[in-house]
Write a protein that binds this ligand. Structure first.
Ligand code: NAD
Length: 498
């Protein structure tokens, strides 16, 4: 009998009001049910919001360093449970253990960052233009934050959002992704054990179309932090915009790796294997386009294909596996459909392209790492986010052409260049339209204390990581104190320009 999980509302684990449920299964062994979860709807979101509003004041009144201590303790508990979380995450969404440990570590790092930030959260003190008057800023919570997250980083991404929101004094209504609700239950258990009081964090499981939409429409939720696809991000922006809510969007990518003829080829190949096929290509920062210089084209591809063939595909719980399954059947179908699109567009299917079948592979959703060559700028497989292990290779003749093609997409999250030429490296840093630029490293590998986000359709200008999300979850108050004992009029009683 599969384990039954619940929503967490006002400090209690409860089912959906409707009594409806959904199953969560292992993408490497589809017959394995990880758990049965409440299929919640608007009513559950309303209850969660009510609790979050009710407990706002109590949480906001706690001194920031006290809130920080709780988050530090949360980090400590995550350290103790790292292996348990990683194994559950691998069962739930398929990526290999090394990566689910990394995903958990990112959460731990973010908790400790919040612990430290609690003793900073610096404001500004500023001179005033009038005598006997002083000014400074303080930051207060927005109130209640709606947190909506994807399945591919089920621990790191909720931590990126929830820890800053909590440190800033907000209460939370959190919707987990339907493919990864169990990992988020672990996070909420740990938050509670770490000392987050009743009603401050509320978790509601269920579909985006009901639970997600209801979060966007709650009048009492003042800020939405969303990570997911550009299509859903647009919808989130639309509804949140209509309701004048603050909204932070972290969306998709179509990330290029440029390889110039003077690059360390072995290093560039290792980076590409990791960037294109790590997490089965299901990362917002996955390398989905290789812009390969003509002078090293054949040599590079020969070695790269040989190395791709050596990748071990299978259950992520087996330590020697390099590439796990795709998240679910619809996603596998979507990727296979893109393989057909690539062929129809005239690209050459150079390697892979098929679902892997036979034996253990029939139990899950496994896909061959796939390489298309003869891809041209503008083809759909070169422009659209596939979110799977599919790499498009484009031959370039010059550095300038590489930069132009790299930038000629609607997204701008991550980018990479392999070269030993300092001028090319520096110009790429300058010219690549992406929030992340890696030199001689793959497009993946963000660290928790640095800004993360992108240009164009990758988002709406916000960044996660480091101090940046703290701005999303805070209201800045500018304080003026006049001790002149008379009315002084700004811009009028000044005599600077008289
Ligand atoms: P998705 O957009 O399908 O879903 C994201 C979340 O939104 C889920 O919790 C989903 O249930 C919810 N949702 C769906 N419809 C909704 C609606 N109408 N209203 C409110 N919420 C709704 O994305 P996904 O498949 O879970 O994740 C993959 C996508 O996420 C990719 O595009 C990837 O690039 C992106 N991503 C971006 C980043 C980043 O930081 N930029 C990080 C990871 C993933």
């Amino acid at each position: 009998m599969a384990k039954k999980f619940h929503n967490f509302i006002n400090g209690k684990w409860v089912g959906a009001e409707s009594g409806e449920t959904f199953e969560n299964r292992n993408p490497a062994h589809w017959e394995e049910v990880i758990g049965i979860f409440p299929k919640s709807d608007r009513k559950d979101v309303e209850k969660a919001t009510e609790a979050a509003v009710q407990h706002r004041e109590e949480w906001a009144n706690l001194p920031v360093p006290e809130r920080g201590k709780i988050l530090g303790k949360v980090g400590d508990i995550m350290v103790q449970r790292k292996e348990e979380i990683a194994k559950l995450m691998t069962r739930e969404m398929g990526k290999i253990l090394k990566e689910t440990r990394g995903d958990t570590q990112e959460g731990i790092d973010t908790a400790y960052y919040a612990f430290g930030e609690a003793r900073r959260l610096f404001g500004v003190t500023s001179p005033c233009e009038l005598p006997n008057k002083t000014a400074y800023t303080i930051t207060r919570p927005v109130g209640t934050a709606g947190i909506i997250t994807p399945w591919n980083f089920p621990m790191a991404i909720p931590c990126w959002k929830i820890f800053p929101a909590l440190l800033m004094g907000n209460t939370i209504v959190f919707k987990s992704a339907s493919d990864t609700p169990a990992t988020t239950v672990k996070l909420v258990e740990i938050l509670t054990e770490g000392g987050v009081p009743r009603g401050v964090v509320n978790l509601v499981h269920g579909p985006g179309s009901t639970v997600g939409e209801a979060i966007l429409e709650q009048p009492e939720i003042g800020v939405i932090s969303f990570t997911g696809s550009a299509a859903v991000g647009r919808r989130v922006a639309e509804v949140a915009g209509k309701n004048l809510k603050r909204v932070s969007l972290e969306l998709g990518g179509k990330n290029p790796q440029i390889v110039m003829p003077d690059a360390n080829i072995e290093n560039a190949i290792e980076g590409l294997l990791w960037g294109a096929f790590g997490t089965t290509g299901q990362r917002c920062t996955a390398t989905s386009r290789l812009l390969l210089h003509k002078d090293i084209y054949n040599e590079f591809l020969d070695i790269f294909v040989k190395r791709t063939k050596e990748l071990k595909i299978g259950d992520g719980l087996v330590e020697s596996t390099d590439v796990g399954p795709v998240i679910n059947e619809p996603q596998l179908k979507k990727i296979l459909n893109y393989v057909d699109v690539g062929r129809q567009e005239g690209a050459k299917l150079f390697f892979g392209g098929k679902k892997i079948t036979g034996g253990k592979y029939d139990k899950g959703f496994f896909m061959e790492p796939t390489i298309f060559t003869e891809v041209e700028s503008g083809m759909r497989i070169e422009q659209e986010e596939i979110f799977g292990p599919v790499l498009s290779v484009i031959k370039i003749s010059s550095f300038e052409e590489g930069i132009q093609i790299a930038n000629d997409v609607d997204y701008g999250l991550s980018s990479s260049i392999y070269t030993s030429n300092i001028e090319w490296a520096m110009k790429a840093i300058d010219k690549l339209e992406a929030g992340l630029v890696y030199v001689n490293a793959p497009t993946i590998g963000a660290e928790c204390h640095l800004p993360f986000g992108g240009y164009k359709n990758t988002g709406n200008g916000h960044r996660e990581g480091g101090k940046w999300p703290y701005e999303v979850f805070g209201e800045i108050k500018t304080v003026y104190i006049d001790y002149s004992e008379k009315l002084q009029k700004a811009q009028i009683d000044t005599n600077i320009t008289k």
